[in-house]
Design a protein around this ligand. Structure first.
Ligand SMILES: C[S@@+](CC[C@H](N)C(=O)[O-])C[C@H]1O[C@@H](n2cnc3c(N)ncnc32)[C@H](O)[C@@H]1O
Length: 479
């Protein structure tokens, strides 16, 4: 079953995560289900009901409709609320029904038909990583859309990529990463060992050492039907790295070509992101492509430590960016008495003529009051002398064009550090390329140039055991 975050399905289905749009700033995430499984859902004759300030919405009215539909609130029958036992037979019946299809007659037969209420409605929206980020339950600081859209672009996360993320935190970045790498489902058993767990092209391997947060992300991935794309692992990555452990204790490599580290000490995790391998521990990285990394750190001291370690480990093209995202609102400003009563208009004098006309009106009213005696004049809406607003009279280009920039930035500002770990490049590779491309003979290749600076040969080992990798010849992926 395809996740509502990924597919292009046009109607809502049983089990989908949907966002109930209450207002511009408030969206309520709900798992659509006609199956009463939680204690708080029991007691409605209509089955599972979500209550909002705009009324009650039985899920039977939200399933099987086009995404984006407006749904009217229903009058719900709460007669049996609190008498849970009466619903037991309904739950048992519901348990036997697959969650993989829209509610059919069998699923809804025990439920009372919902009756529309006289007022109140919501819109049912398809979730996106962006809307999920603004509505998710925060368990940690999260990465917001302005940052993750740029990060995913810079680490070249694209359909088919394999991405390592640590830590999972609240799963905000995880959702965006899953959408970026998802490239459809592969044939079953394509890979003997890992194939059963990895039925999609494009994978996210997310690691978290806080047990509760890990469990929540794992559960969320199942609920959001993203578990085929995202593998959540409970792990201290500083200590134990990014391998995928199997029951037999064997280390499997995720073969990542993109990495995102949102950790307090990313430099401590870098030792596990090298191309070095030994007999039982393969490299966690994809040997056939350059690896693009981003680390996300709020303090410059963290960045400095990470850069030092990146240099030691052979990462190149190290670059730091801070995203200063600001939304600009462009609108027309309507100033003048003629716009009085119009929403958003500023009802003050728009020019000297309007100011004088209003002054005359006020004086005239005061004079009338004096001649009529001391009786206070009834506050009447005087329209003489000023043209009152009427929608038909306002032309599209009236008002002054102005812009406001958003003051409240909803982003957790951090320094984004990017780097690339090139492909390993040996003298044999160099010789092969030179043989295949004779036009290179005579002009020194990039490797030769590197060699001139680094006479020790292909892959100089530093005294601390780390490698000083040589940048490869330009690779398609890097151009
Ligand atoms: C700021 S949060 C990540 C938020 C996440 N990027 C998001 O968008 O929701 C950092 C997470 O890293 C986890 N963490 C810290 N040290 C870790 C380690 N050594 N191994 C794995 N996870 C770690 C923390 O428990 C925390 O949940």
């Amino acid at each position: 079953m395809q996740s509502s975050f990924l597919g292009s399905r046009v109607t809502t289905r049983q089990g989908d995560l949907a966002l109930l749009h209450l207002s511009r700033d408030q969206q309520l995430p709900v798992q659509l289900s006609t199956i009463v499984s939680k204690a708080e859902d029991k007691g409605y004759a209509e089955g599972v009901v979500t209550n909002t300030r705009f009324g009650s919405f039985p899920h039977s009215t939200l399933i099987g409709i086009p995404w984006g539909s407006q749904v009217l609130a229903s009058k719900v029958d709460t007669g049996s609320r609190g008498r849970g036992d009466r619903n037991q037979h309904r739950k048992r019946k519901a348990d036997a029904i697959s969650t993989d299809s829209p509610p059919d007659e069998a699923e809804t037969s025990g439920l009372k038909q919902a009756t529309a209420a006289t007022s109140g409605f919501i819109h049912v929206l398809k979730p996106t990583p962006e809307s999920w980020t603004t509505s998710l339950p925060h368990r940690t600081q999260v990465v917001y859309t302005p940052d993750y859209s740029y990060i995913l672009h810079r680490i070249r996360a694209r359909p088919g990529s394999t991405l390592i993320e640590a830590g999972s935190g609240s799963g905000s970045f995880t959702h965006a990463a899953a959408r970026a790498v998802f490239a459809g489902v592969v044939e079953q058993n394509a890979s003997a060992d890992v194939g059963k767990e990895i039925p999609t092209k494009g994978k996210v391997f997310t690691f978290e050492f806080h047990a509760d947060r890990h469990q929540k992300v794992k559960k969320e991935m199942v609920e959001h039907q993203l578990d085929a794309v995202v593998t959540a692992t409970h792990r201290d990555v500083y200590k134990d790295g990014f391998w995928l452990s199997t029951d037999s204790g064997q280390y499997l490599s995720p073969k990542a070509n993109a990495v995102f580290l949102d950790l307090p000490a990313p430099w401590e995790a870098l030792q596990h992101l090298t191309r070095e391998e030994d007999a039982d521990k393969p490299s966690a990285l994809d040997a056939t492509s350059p690896v693009h990394i981003c680390t996300f750190s709020p303090c410059i001291e963290q960045v400095q430590k990470t850069i030092s370690e990146m240099r030691r480990q052979g990462w190149v093209e190290i670059d730091m960016v801070e995203i200063q995202h600001r939304r600009i609102e462009v609108k027309r400003e309507y100033i003048g008495y003629r716009y009085e009563g119009m929403r958003g208009a500023d009802p003050v004098a728009g020019n000297v003529d309007e100011a004088l006309a209003r002054l005359h009106q006020v004086e005239e009213r005061a004079r009338e009051q004096q001649t009529q005696g001391s009786q206070p004049a009834k506050a009447k809406k005087d329209t003489q002398g000023s043209t009152q607003y009427s929608a038909a009279q306002v032309y599209w280009d009236e008002g002054r064009l102005i812009h406001h920039s958003e003051s409240d930035l909803k982003t957790h500002t951090s320094y984004l550090l990017f780097a690339v770990l090139p492909l390993e490049w040996s003298e044999e590779d160099d010789a092969q390329v030179r043989a295949a491309m004779p036009q290179l003979t005579g002009s020194s290749t990039r490797h030769q140039k590197s060699q001139e600076q680094n006479r020790d040969g292909k892959h100089k080992k530093l005294s601390n055991g780390h490698s000083d990798a040589i940048a490869p010849l330009p690779h398609n992926d890097d151009c």
